[in-house]
Ligand binder design. Structure first.
Ligand code: 13P
Length: 349
């Protein structure tokens, strides 16, 4: 597999004004979200939900790549087409989550290390055979009194780099996702400090392990105050802090940065992405886009509620959000106006 193939795929994923769709929730996470809405927590219901997403009319106009979970990449649409093939058919590149989850880090209460390196070479070969062209691995960093520890930052950065090197060996573009959580009452400044340290360490490890920067993507958190912080900073302050942090840490050779949403509301995630692209596009050497799960899926899941009669409405809600974020990538997102206009467009179709 050539470096050119990796570079081409990474660039294709962040080309134009599209973004990525994270639909790779583990069964446990998916079930938790289903439980809140009284949706059965079964493989069949999870398949139905993923079918609704993959077959949403017009999804490929705003989404360049979709990240699947192991269960989903093995499932088929009602028409008998594997999900990866159904995505390809509408111009969406299939990807796969390959980490095995964040597990307690020995000797460090409240912190985790992401597992899944054992056997990863073999699993990547299998996923490549099923059509996956990119992958995702999420490391998790919590902020609290005395946290994160140096150990937590280093082991997660190290694992991300080992995963990335294995992906590139298999011709698969790695998405590097070091997530600094927004749980807690910390300030925006504290999140900025931790995120900067985490990203710096991550790129030290990526370099040490020979990862091709042109053939990877970064999926970071936005720099945000904790969800319980007394001061909730403005969209402008979040945009500035986030872009400054990325400019200090992410090499220009990386083709794109695609944010996770991390528990922000759908509208705020779009508004913040929009502000960054609107104000700072000229200063940024990489594409700045989205790879949201909750901020794109939640309104659609709320509309679906597990009922086949709601599929069309839920698909419209999904595409409303992907199009809103597509506009945010251009710096064109006007919260209320955009949402209203898109709703109208969907109804007129
Ligand atoms: P959220 O956008 O819901 O944070 O999910 C992104 C993701 O892929 C988590 O790993």
């Amino acid at each position: 597999m050539t470096a050119q193939t990796l570079t081409d795929t990474a660039r294709a994923l962040v080309a134009g004004d599209k973004g990525l769709l994270a639909m790779d929730e583990s069964n446990a996470t998916c079930n938790k979200r289903f439980a809140v809405l009284g949706i059965p927590q079964t493989e069949a219901a999870r398949r139905d939900w993923r079918e609704l997403i993959v077959t949403a009319p017009g999804l490929g106009d705003s989404i360049s790549g979709a990240i699947l979970f192991d269960e989903t990449i093995r499932q088929k649409t009602n028409a008998g087409q594997p999900f990866a093939k159904a995505l390809e058919a509408v111009g969406i590149i299939p990807g796969i989550k390959v980490d095995m989850g964040a597990k307690p880090l020995a000797g460090h209460p409240g912190e985790t290390v992401t597992e899944g390196l054992d056997g990863l070479r073999e699993r990547l070969a299998e996923y490549a055979g099923m059509g996956a062209r990119f992958a995702k691995w999420r490391g998790v960093i919590a902020i609290d009194k005395g946290l994160p520890s140096r150990a937590c930052i280093e082991v997660n950065a190290h694992a991300l780099a080992r995963y990335a090197a294995l992906c590139q060996e298999a011709g698969i573009v790695p998405i590097i996702e070091p997530e600094v959580l927004m749980d807690g009452d910390h300030t925006l400044a504290r999140c900025a400090e931790v995120t900067e340290e985490v990203l710096q360490q991550t790129f030290v490890q990526l370099r040490a392990q020979g990862v091709l920067l042109e053939g990877m993507l970064l999926k970071p958190n936005m720099v945000l105050p904790g969800q319980k912080a007394a001061v909730q900073d403005t969209v402008a302050a979040v945009a500035e802090a986030t872009v400054n942090c990325l400019l200090r840490t992410v090499p220009a050779a990386v083709p794109g940065v695609a944010f996770l949403s991390g528990g922000q509301s759908a509208q705020l995630a779009s508004a913040r992405l929009n502000e960054m692209n609107l104000k700072f596009k000229a200063r940024m050497p990489w594409a700045l886009t989205f790879s949201f799960s909750r901020a794109v899926q939640q309104p659609a899941l709320d509309a679906w509620k597990g009922d086949a009669a709601n599929v069309a409405v839920a698909q419209q809600a999904l595409v409303l959000r992907t199009r809103a974020n597509q506009a945010a990538r251009r710096g064109d997102y006007k919260q209320d106006k955009q949402d209203q206009q898109d709703k109208q467009d969907q109804q007129d179709k």
